[in-house]
Design a protein around this ligand. Structure first.
Ligand SMILES: Nc1ncnc2c1ncn2[C@@H]1O[C@H](COP(=O)(O)OP(=O)(O)OP(=O)(O)O)[C@@H](O)[C@H]1O
Ligand SMILES: [Mg+2]
Length: 343
C-alpha cells in the first residue's frame, strides 16, 4: 500500500491498555499460557487461540498485539460469526466505489486497515467454508483485491485468530479447512478454563468488585467466606465472563459491605459443566426428560431471573447473544408483556 493510501488510524483500531501485566494470572496453567503468548508476541507468527467461551482469548489477543513490534500499528478485530458470507469478502478486503448498487464510495477492508498491525479474526470456527477459501490466499500471500477491483493489493498483516470450538470438532467434520488450519496453526495456544485455575477466583472477584464500585459508585469491600466457598465450588461453564456477570449482579443487589452467598446467582449446579434440571419444570415440558426440554426450561428460568435481560442471561448461560436469540426463537420463548432488554 502506498503512503497516500494509508488509512487514518483512530483509537478505535488500537488495543488500548490491555497488556499481559493487566491480566489476572496466578495459576500455573495460565502462567504457561501467557508465557507462550508473550513469546509468540515477539515473533511474527500467526497465532491461534483455543479455549472455552469467556476464558480471555480477546484480552490475550490484544495483549499479544501490544507486546509485539507492531504495537504502534493498528489492532483490527473481525467477528467472523457476526458477518454473513455475502458481506464477509467486502468486510475483509474492501469494495470499490460502485461494486454494489448501494456503494457510492470506496470502502477499505479490514486487511487494509490492519496494515503494519494485527488482524484479529475472532470466532474463526464459525466461518463458512466459502469464506475460508476466500481468506486463505490473503493469508498465504498477503495479497487480495477489493470487491469490484482489479488491482492486487498488499498488506503487511499479522494474524491472530481465536475460537471457542474444540479443535477436534473443527477438524473432524466441523467444516474447517485443514489447509487454512495449518496456515493458522503456526503457534497454537490453549487458554485454560476457569475451573482449572480456581486460585485466580479471589483475585478476579477483587478486580470485578473494584470495577463495579467505580461504575455504580458502590462501596463493596469484598465477599463473605461462605460466598467465596460458593464461588470456588462452582463449575463456571461461562468461565471468567460468567464470574464477572455474577459479581456485577451481586454488587448491584448487595445491601451490605460484603457480598453474601445469597447475592450470588449461580445458574448451574456446583462442580458441573452440564445443564442442571430446572427446579420446576415448565408446564409445556413437564414429564419430558429430553435434553432439549431441559435446556428450554433452563433458558426460560434464567431469562425470568434476569427480567429478560438478554446480555446478562447470555453471560450467565455462557453462550453468545446470537446463540441465545436463536434458542429463544427455536423454543418459542416469549417475555410476558414486553420487549427484552439488551443490556
Ligand atoms: N485474565 C483475566 N483477567 C481479567 N479479566 C479477564 C481475564 N480473562 C477474562 N477476563 C474477563 O472475562 C471476560 C471474557 O473475556 P474474553 O472476551 O477475552 O473471552 P473469550 O475467550 O474471547 O470468550 P469467547 O470465546 O466467548 O469470545 C471479559 O469481560 C474480560 O474482561
Ligand atoms: Mg472472544
Amino acid at each position: 500500500m502506498s503512503s497516500t493510501e494509508q488509512p487514518t488510524i483512530t483509537s478505535a483500531y488500537r488495543a488500548v491498555g490491555i497488556t499481559f501485566g493487566s491480566l489476572v494470572c496466578k495459576a500455573p496453567a495460565m502462567m504457561e499460557t501467557l508465557r507462550l503468548a508473550a513469546s509468540a508476541a515477539m515473533r511474527d507468527v500467526a497465532v491461534l487461540l483455543l479455549g472455552e467461551t469467556g476464558t480471555g482469548k480477546n484480552l490475550i489477543a490484544q495483549a499479544i498485539h501490544n507486546a509485539s513490534p507492531r504495537a504502534k500499528g493498528p489492532f483490527v478485530s473481525v467477528n467472523c460469526s457476526a458477518i454473513p458470507d455475502t458481506l464477509l469478502e467486502a468486510e475483509l478486503f474492501g469494495a470499490e466505489k460502485g461494486a454494489f448498487t448501494s456503494s457510492d464510495r470506496l470502502r477499505r477492508g479490514k486487511f487494509e486497515l490492519a496494515d503494519k498491525g494485527t488482524l484479529f479474526l475472532d470466532e474463526i470456527g464459525d466461518m463458512s467454508p466459502i469464506a475460508q477459501a476466500k481468506i486463505l490466499r490473503a493469508f498465504e500471500y498477503k495479497e487480495f483485491e477489493r470487491v469490484g477491483g482489479e488491482t492486487t493489493m498488499h498488506a503487511d498483516v499479522r494474524i491472530v485468530a481465536a475460537t471457542n470450538k474444540p479443535l477436534e470438532e473443527l477438524l473432524n467434520g466441523g467444516g474447517f479447512r485443514t489447509d487454512l488450519f495449518y496456515r493458522l496453526n503456526e503457534f497454537t495456544i490453549n487458554v485454560p478454563p476457569l475451573r482449572v485455575r480456581r486460585e485466580e477466583i479471589p483475585l478476579l472477584v477483587e478486580r470485578f468488585i473494584a470495577e463495579n464500585n467505580e461504575r455504580f459508585s458502590t462501596r463493596i469491600k469484598g465477599v463473605e467466606a461462605d460466598a467465596l466457598t460458593k464461588l470456588q465450588s462452582h463449575g463456571w461453564p461461562g468461565n471468567v465472563r460468567e464470574l464477572r456477570a455474577v459479581i456485577k449482579r451481586a454488587s448491584v443487589s448487595s445491601t451490605g459491605e460484603n457480598i453474601r452467598a445469597r447475592d450470588l446467582l449461580l445458574t448451574l449446579a456446583p462442580e458441573t459443566n452440564k445443564i442442571a434440571p430446572p427446579a420446576v419444570a415448565s408446564p409445556s415440558v413437564a414429564g419430558d426428560m429430553s435434553l432439549a426440554s431441559l435446556e428450554r426450561s433452563h433458558i426460560d428460568s434464567v431469562l425470568k431471573q434476569t427480567g429478560w435481560n438478554k446480555k446478562e442471561s447470555s453471560n450467565l448461560l455462557g453462550i453468545s447473544r446470537p446463540t441465545l436469540d436463536r434458542k429463544i426463537q427455536e423454543y418459542g420463548l416469549t417475555r410476558p408483556g414486553g420487549a427484552a432488554s439488551e443490556d
